[in-house]
Design a protein around this ligand. Sequence first.
Ligand code: HEC
Ligand SMILES: [Cu+2]
Length: 479
Amino acid sequence: MRNNSITSIRLILYFIFAVLFLAGCKKEDVKNYADIMTEGEMEAELTSPPHVPKPVGNRTAMKLKLNMEIKEQEGTMTDGVKYTYWTFGGSVPGSFIRTRVGDEVEFHLKNHPDNKLPHNIDLHAVTGPGGGATSSLVAPGHEKVFSFKVINPGLYVYHCATAPVGMHIANGMYGLILVEPEGGLPPVDKEYYVMQGDFYTQGEYGAKGLQAFDMNKAIKETPDYVVFNGKVGSLTNGNELTAKVGETVRLFVGNGGPNLVSSFHVIGEIFDNVHIEGGSSINKNVQTTLIPAGGAAIVDFKVETPGTFILVDHSIFRAFNKGALGMLKVEGKENQNIYSGTIQEGIYLPEGGTIQKMPGGSNAKAVIPKRTIEEKVKIGKELFGTTCFACHQSEGQGIPNTFPPLAKSDYLNSDSKRAIKTIIHGLTGEITVNGKKYNNVMPAQNLSDDEIANVLTYIYSSWGNNKTEITPEMVKALR
Ligand code: HEC
Ligand SMILES: [Cu+2]
C-alpha cells in the first residue's frame, strides 16, 4: 500500500520534470551567452567611417581591450561652414566597434586634456545601468575604465549621455558597436559604415563661418543639416563608396538622431536582406528601411549593374536640401538582362521636369514668335521653376559641392555659347564656378531653341548676372 503511493508520487514527479524540461527546451531559442568563457585577450580594432574592422570570423569569445579617446574638434559641415564637433575617436560617427557575442570588453574611455567638458558613454549593447554611462563619466584629462560582456548579437548605437544629453548627441557623439553571432555574419565582398545625424546651427543651411549649436532649433526639431557621416558630401565627390558588379555589399547603417528617424533607401537597389532594427530577424527584398533615432539596421545587396547608386533618407527634402545624400559607385560590365538604358551617373531627377517632356519638343513647329526681353524672362522663369530649380535651387544659388550656382556665376557670364551648349548637350567633368570646384553630371535638357533662349535670358537677367539676351537663332547655330 505504502510502496504503491510512493511509486505514484514518483511517477507524478517524473511527469512534472518532463513537462518542465520540455518547456525549458522550447525557450532555448534565445541562447544565454552570459556564461560563455573567454579565451585569450586582444586589442580591439577601431575604424572611422565609412570603414569597419575585420570580421570576427569563427574566433572564440575573448577579452577585448578597447581604447577610445573623446575629442572636441572643429570640422567642416559643408563648403565654408565650420562646426565644433564632439567626437568619439575623432570622427562623426565615432569609431566602429566590432565584437562577437560572449566577448568581454575592457573599455578605456579617455577625455583629451584640451577638451572643455566631461563626457560618458551609453552603449546599447551593454546590459547594465545606463549602458555603461553610470560608470564612465570622465573629466577632461582623465580616463575611465569599465568592463562589460556582450551577450546579445546585433548592431547597436552608442552615444554620450552627459547632460544636456541632446546637445552632446547633436554635436556628433554617437557611433555603432556590432556584436556578431557565433561564427560571424555570412561573408560579403564589401562592408561599410554609414550613420545619419541631424544638426542644428545658428545660421541657415549654407550660412558661412563657424556655426554654433542652436538649442531652440534642436528643441523644435527643425535641423538645418541632415547628413550621413557627420557632414554634407561625406560620401560624394571622390568619397563615394565603391563596389564592382557581382559583389555583395553590406551596409551597417545607424541613426544618431538626436531627433529624426531615417527612411533609409538606396536609389536603384533593393536590399536582399535587412536585419530589422539591427536585430536577428531578417526581412528580404526591402526598398526602404526605417532606422529609428538611436537605432540601426544591417542591410546587404548584390550589385548587378554598373552605375552610381544614391543613398538617401527618403524623406526626400533632407536628401536634396539638407545633405542626406551619399553615393555608391559600381564599376563593371553592363548587364542588359537586368537594366538596359542610359546610365546617368550621379544624378537623380527628383522633379524630372525635362525627363517627362514628350520627345521632339516644340522645335517641330517652324515658326518661333518674336518675343520681347520681358516676355522671354516671364516664360523663362516658369521653365526654370519646373526644370532647372530642382538642382540649381530657386534663387539659382545651387547646392554646395553638388550643383553649381547660376546666381552671379562667373562661369555663366564669361561664355554664353558654352552655357547654351551645356543645356543642349549636358555637362560632366570638373568645372570651377566662383572659385569652387564641381565635378558632377548635368543631363542634357530636352528643350527647344525657343525654350533654351527664354530660360537663359531669364537667368542672365536675374541674380546679378550680366543681362545677355539669348535668341533662338543663337541656340540653333550651336545644335
Ligand atoms: C539634374 C540636375 C540639374 C538640372 C535639372 C539642371 N542642371 Fe545645370 N548643372 C547641373 C550640374 C551638376 C552642373 C555642373 C556639371 C559639372 O560639374 O560638370 C550644371 C551646370 C550648369 C551650368 C554651368 C555652370 C554654372 O554654374 O554656370 C549652367 C549654365 C547650367 N547648369 C544651367 C542649367 C539650366 C538652365 C537648367 C534648366 C534648363 C539646368 N542647368 C538644369 C545640374 C543640373
Ligand atoms: Cu558628451
